[in-house]
Design a binder for this molecule. Structure first.
Ligand code: HAM
Length: 429
C-alpha cells in the first residue's frame, strides 16, 4: 500500500492551499520577461540524451551522475535536467534564428536531476528561465542580469547577492587548463575517481565537484579570471560599467565556474543566505559556442534560470507577500428541487460574468449548506426556497458584515449582484 500512497523522495506536491504562491512567482516572472520583450517558449520534457551530453557536457556532474535516462527502442531519452539545451534545440529546429535578432524567449518548466535530496534540492524542480540569442555585446549580459534582478526585486526579496565572474573563451582557457593541470597533478591520486578522469579532459570541472576532498584540494587553484584574453577582459570590464550605470550591486567571485560546460565569458549567480546551503536562487551566463556545437551557425547567446522552489522558500522565510488566493464571491443555497434548479441556473449566470459562484452539489440541508459557505469563505450567500421562487426575489447576505438586501431572481439578477458587489468593495476601502 505504501508504494501507492507515498510519493517518490525528491518530488513534491503543490496542494491547493499553496498554489497561489506558485501563481505569484510565475505571473511576476512572466510579466517581467514580457516587459523586457521576451516571449514564452514551451518544449518537451524528454529529449534525446545526446542533446544533453553534447550541450551540458559529458564531464559535468549533471550528465555523469544526475540524469534520468530511459532506453527507447533505438536510442536513449532523458528527462531534461535544465531548460537551455532543449530551448536552443527548439530555436534551431523551428528556424527562429531567421527571424529578428536577438531572439528572446522565456520558459517555466520542470527539470529533473538525480541529486541527493535536501531542502532546496529536489529530483523534480521547476525553473523560470530566459535565453537571448544573437547578441555578442556585453550590453546583452547587462540586460539579462538586470532582468533577473528585476524579477527578484518584484517578488519582494531582500538581501540577495549578485556574484559575477568571467570564465573566458576557448582561446584563453587553453592556457588556464595547462595551469590547472599543473596545479592538480601532485594531488592527482587523492582526487575522486570522476575528477581524476576530468583532469585530462576538462580540469575546470574539478573546481565544481561536490566531494569534500576535491573541494579542499582545489581551494588554492589558479583562477580563470587571471588568465583572460584581451577580448574577454574588455567584455567583462564593459559589463561591469553597464551594471554600475544601472545601479546594480554585485561582487566579483572568481570561484564561480557553474556546473554546466557550455558557458563562456560572463557567468553569474544570485545567492541568498535565508534558506541554508542551497542558496543559489538563480544561475546563468553567456554560452557563445553552444549553437555551433549543436550544428547551427556560430551565434552568441546567453541566459539564466531561477529555481522556483528556492524562490518560494526564500519568500516564505522573508515574509514576502503572495497574491491573495482566489475566494468564493457568492454561495447560492437552495431548499427543494425547484429551488435547486434555479440555484444552478443563477450560479452559471454569475460564473459566466466572471464571478466565483458556488451552489450545493452534495444534496445537503440548508444549515449544512450555509456551514459550507462559511468554511469556504464566501463573500455573499443567499438561500432560495419556494417563497423566494414565488416572490421572484431573495435576501442576499454580506457574510462579513451580516448586512442583507433584496435581490431579484429575474433578468436583472447579475446586474444587481454586480452593483452590490462593487458598492461594498468601495465602502470597504
Ligand atoms: P543551474 O544553475 O544548473 O543553471 O540551475 C538554475 C537554478 O535552478 C539554480 O540556481 C537553482 O535555483 C535551481 N536548481 C538547480 N538544481 C536544482 C535542484 N536539484 N533542486 C532545486 N532547484 C534546483 C541552469 O540550469 C542553466 N540552464 C541556467 C541558464 C540558462 N544558463 C543559461 N541559460
Amino acid at each position: 500500500m505504501e508504494l501507492i500512497t507515498t510519493r517518490i523522495k525528491g518530488m513534491e506536491d503543490v496542494v491547493p492551499a499553496e498554489s497561489h504562491k506558485w501563481h505569484t512567482v510565475e505571473r511576476i516572472a512572466a510579466d517581467t520577461a514580457a516587459s523586457y520583450g521576451f516571449k514564452e517558449i514551451r518544449i518537451p520534457t524528454f529529449e534525446n540524451t545526446e542533446l544533453f551530453v553534447r550541450s551540458v557536457g559529458e564531464t559535468t556532474d549533471v550528465v555523469q551522475k544526475e540524469m534520468f535516462t530511459v532506453q527507447g527502442r533505438e536510442s536513449k531519452f532523458t528527462l531534461r535536467p535544465e531548460g537551455t539545451a532543449g530551448t536552443i534545440r527548439a530555436v534551431l529546429q523551428n528556424g527562429l534564428l531567421n527571424e529578428a535578432l536577438p531572439q528572446k524567449v522565456f520558459y517555466i518548466l520542470s527539470c529533473f536531476r538525480h541529486e541527493k535530496p535536501q531542502a532546496g534540492r529536489l529530483w523534480e524542480f521547476h525553473q523560470f528561465g530566459a535565453e537571448m540569442v544573437g547578441s555578442a555585446s556585453p550590453a546583452a549580459d547587462a540586460e539579462m542580469i538586470c532582468m533577473a534582478s528585476s524579477v527578484i526585486e518584484r517578488l519582494g526579496l531582500k538581501d540577495i547577492e549578485l556574484h559575477i565572474n568571467s570564465i573566458g573563451c576557448p582561446h584563453c582557457r587553453a592556457k588556464y587548463y595547462e595551469k590547472l593541470r599543473e596545479f592538480f597533478e601532485p594531488n592527482k591520486d587523492k582526487l575522486c575517481p570522476t575528477c581524476q578522469s576530468r583532469l585530462e579532459k576538462n580540469p575546470m570541472r574539478i573546481l565544481d565537484c561536490k566531494s569534500d576532498i576535491c573541494k579542499e584540494i582545489g581551494k588554492e587553484a589558479p583562477l580563470m579570471i587571471d588568465y583572460l584574453c584581451d577580448e574577454c577582459k574588455e567584455h567583462f570590464e564593459k559589463l561591469k560599467g553597464y551594471l554600475d550605470g544601472m545601479g546594480i550591486k554585485y561582487s566579483i567571485d572568481p570561484k564561480i565556474v557553474r556546473g554546466l560546460d557550455y558557458y563562456t565569458k560572463t557567468v553569474f549567480e544570485f545567492i541568498t543566505t535565508s534558506i541554508g546551503a542551497q542558496g543559489t536562487v538563480c544561475g546563468g551566463g553567456r554560452y557563445d559556442g553552444l549553437i555551433e556545437e549543436m550544428g547551427g551557425n556560430p551565434t552568441p547567446a546567453l541566459g539564466f534560470a531561477m529555481g522556483l522552489e528556492r524562490l518560494i522558500m526564500t519568500m516564505e522565510k522573508q515574509g514576502c507577500e503572495f497574491m491573495t488566493p482566489d475566494s468564493c464571491d457568492i454561495y447560492i443555497g437552495a431548499m427543494g428541487d425547484n429551488a435547486q434548479n434555479k440555484a444552478v441556473a443563477l450560479t452559471k449566470i454569475l460564473r459566466d460574468e466572471g464571478y466565483h459562484a458556488e451552489c450545493d452539489v452534495m444534496g445537503r440541508g440548508v444549515k449544512a449548506q450555509m456551514k459550507y459557505a462559511n468554511k469556504i469563505g464566501a463573500a455573499y450567500s443567499m438561500i432560495i426556497g419556494d417563497n423566494e421562487l414565488e416572490a421572484g426575489s431573495a435576501r442576499l447576505k454580506n457574510m462579513t458584515t451580516g448586512e442583507e438586501c433584496e435581490i431579484t431572481l429575474g433578468d436583472k439578477f447579475a446586474d444587481r449582484f454586480a452593483d452590490i458587489h462593487t458598492a461594498d468593495m468601495f465602502s470597504a476601502e
